[in-house]
Write a protein that binds this ligand. Structure first.
Ligand code: ZN
Ligand code: ZN
Length: 81
């Protein structure tokens, strides 16, 4: 199974920094190559990350403004997204 950083989307390899249990979940703390830290919650019924995956975002490459998913041009600087 592959794990991706919820902040930058980079795939994270290697063992977690630490692991512990939270309620019915096993929690693994990972750190991506960019230094983002996130927790992976693995449970019997679902697996998710905290913070949540930012797959839904539409971030401008030139000014890092968050734009609506349907936006084609950045609302701040007008760069094509
Ligand atoms: Zn990252
Ligand atoms: Zn922009």
């Amino acid at each position: 199974m592959s794990i991706s950083c919820p902040k930058c989307g980079l795939e994270v390899f290697g063992p977690p920094e630490r692991e512990w249990r939270f309620q019915q979940y096993r929690v693994s703390r990972f750190r991506c190559e960019h230094g983002d830290k996130f927790n992976l919650y693995s449970g019997a019924s679902k697996t998710f990350t905290i913070p949540r995956s930012m797959v839904e975002k539409n971030e401008c490459k030139s000014c890092a403004t968050h734009n609506p998913l349907e936006a084609i041009y950045c609302k701040n600087c007008g760069t094509k997204l």
